[in-house]
Design a protein around this ligand. Structure first.
Ligand code: ISL
Length: 551
């Protein structure tokens, strides 16, 4: 896989399978639904699909609680459907990345069911335990459970560790038998044709099993205390030798630890570990209601790029199933600016160095849904946050306003295909409410409109694929202090592109030496009809995004 470049040059599209397309009317998206939409995927110009978990699961955390890593949840379909789906993708030049959720299993996994029967069980050491005769376990923070990360089981008189909900016991990676099981699972799927793995919550996989006490309040620096233990790199080496090096596959880690060094230690080719990683620094810029500053946004992307000019490779993303919608967080969801600002963000994502990760629905500019009451929420994370806020005596009005804005459920509403009932997602009752704006935002409408977000997206994938300079070229930031405009160049050998992005709702006049001699004829893509360049200056329209070929 080392010499492979497809995962660098590819454009990745993330499918949240329960919300993409329901083929059988049970209101829940499924693999046959994806099969129905293969031509649509091809028409987008994307080249890799990453699909969230579709394995056997009690669905406590929407599939991030796996009870059989080799079986498909019947609601999603059968193994034959999976085989047909992946074949259909490959036929269209689309690779397939699976989600591998192995920081934890479901409590319903046979390993855990056996483990909690007795300390003598061969599966007991597949999990992390604190024997109760040693007293209370040292406090460990849970990301999803306000009561902490230990849960007592009386049959073994011990507490098990759970980084997420108590229904998701953490697997013990320090146990070589467990690691072998995981590598076998990876091979099972590689033999089914899977081309890559997205390693869920992977930075937390290795724990300090001397179980020291952590200082009070340590969880504010969660990753520092719980992430990136040195043992992790040995496990990844093993994974590389056992699995990754044997197939034409890549693996991408969720999370990059605490520093550039941590990130490099995961993905530098010479280390034989992973091929790609994604960090949270840029997406976290807009996690609260306070508007992010474009200055910080540019700084963050720029410094990550600079740190990866020589070695290593990153994903570029601004949305996924754990976040609210792209346009609400980073663009402008108002009727007037939704289209242009989404086009701007899609232009940006596909003109940076790194593999762009695009989230289903963002090719249409799908928006957040309004959910003002806690009873509107299904997500276990939302309820965990609500309980934690109550416990902390927080202002609950403010809490709900924030949740309504940043809840990840915003990004999980059904795909908006057309103007028929439930947006054409299902002929039954959808598991999650369709955003009422589907009558204005849907594939069928946008297909017909040459100026739609969808048609711009298709154009942009073509631009990306036909200009390798956008994949590999050197990145240089221009106008670093400008508060409305993000401008940069990409250069490789004798090709050079100028990318101009107006992140504001006003017209902005900019002057740049790089513009000298250029005219609208140099436009490779533009979300407005024109750009008027006069001797080294131009006025960008609200959310105008254009790429100009300089050389
Ligand atoms: O790192 C974090 C906080 O510091 C979290 O963002 C954490 O990495 C993230 O919540 C992990 O998410 C993944 O695992 C979860 C699942 O609910 C998410 O959907 C998944 O993306 C548990 O499997």
């Amino acid at each position: 896989n080392k010499n492979s470049r497809w995962w660098k040059e590819g454009i990745l599209y993330q499918i949240y399978p329960q919300s993409f397309k329901d083929s059988n009317g049970d209101g829940f998206g499924d693999l046959n639904g994806v099969i129905d939409k293969l031509d649509y995927l091809e028409s987008l110009g994307i080249t890799i699909v990453w699909m969230n978990p579709f394995y056997e699961s009690p669905l406590i955390d929407n599939g991030y609680d796996v009870s059989d890593y080799r079986a498909i949840l019947p609601r999603f379909g059968k193994m034959q459907d999976f085989e047909k789906m992946i074949k259909g993708m490959h036929k269209r030049g689309i690779k397939f990345v699976m989600d591998l959720v192995v920081n934890h299993s479901s409590e319903e996994h046979p390993w855990f069911k056996e483990a909690k029967k007795s300390r003598e069980s061969p599966f007991y050491d597949y999990y992390h335990w604190w024997p109760a005769e040693n007293g209370q376990p040292p406090y460990r923070h849970s990301l999803f459970d306000p009561n902490g990360a230990w849960e007592y089981v009386d049959t073994v008189n011990a507490y098990y560790l759970h980084t997420f909900t108590k229904h998701q016991p953490d697997l013990n990676w320090e146990n070589p038998k467990l690691r072998k099981e995981i590598f076998d699972i990876m091979k099972f799927w590689a033999n089914k044709g899977v081309d890559g793995y997205r390693l869920d919550a992977f930075q937390f996989v290795s724990k300090d099993i001397t179980w020291p006490n952590f200082p009070e309040g340590h969880e504010k620096e969660y990753v520092k205390w719980y992430g990136m233990r040195p043992q992790l790199h040995g496990y990844l080496n093993e994974m590389y030798n056992e699995v990754l090096s044997k197939y034409d596959v890549f693996a991408v880690a969720e999370g990059t630890g605490n520093s550039f060094e941590d990130a490099h230690n995961l993905v530098d080719e010479s280390r034989n570990e992973l091929q790609m990683a994604y960090h949270f620094e840029t997406i976290n810029l807009s996690s609260t209601l306070a508007r992010y500053s474009l200055f910080d946004f540019k700084q963050a992307f720029t410094k990550w790029d600079q740190s990866f000019t020589e070695e290593g490779w990153l994903a570029i993303f601004l949305a996924n199933h754990d976040n609210a919608r792209l346009v609400d967080r980073f663009g402008n969801p108002s009727e007037r600016f939704r289209t242009v600002s989404t086009q701007l963000l899609n232009t940006f994502l596909m003109s940076m160095r790194g593999t762009p990760y695009l989230y289903y629905g963002d090719e249409l500019g799908m928006t957040n849904i309004d959910m003002p009451h806690i009873s509107d929420y299904d997500d276990i994370e939302a309820h965990g946050r609500y309980q934690a806020a109550l416990k902390a005596n927080a202002d609950m009005n403010e809490f709900m306003n924030t949740l309504n804005y940043n809840s990840r459920e915003n990004g999980r509403t059904p795909m908006q295909w057309d103007s028929s009932d439930h947006a054409g997602f299902t002929f039954g009752t959808p598991w999650k409410k369709v955003n009422p704006n589907y009558l204005n935002i849907n594939v069928a409408l946008q297909k017909k409109d040459p100026k739609s977000v969808l048609n711009h997206f298709r154009k942009m994938t073509r631009v990306r694929k036909t200009n390798l300079v956008l994949v590999y070229g050197k990145y240089d930031l221009l106008l670093p202090n400008h508060e409305q405009v993000y401008a940069f160049t990409r250069q490789m050998n004798d090709t050079k592109m100028l990318i101009l992005l107006n992140f504001s709702e006003g017209e902005v006049l900019i002057e740049l030496d790089e513009l000298t001699g250029l005219s609208s004829k140099n436009c490779v893509i533009n979300n407005y009809d024109d750009i008027n360049i006069v001797s080294g200056s131009t006025t960008l329209q609200p959310y105008q995004a254009t790429i100009l070929k300089m050389l």
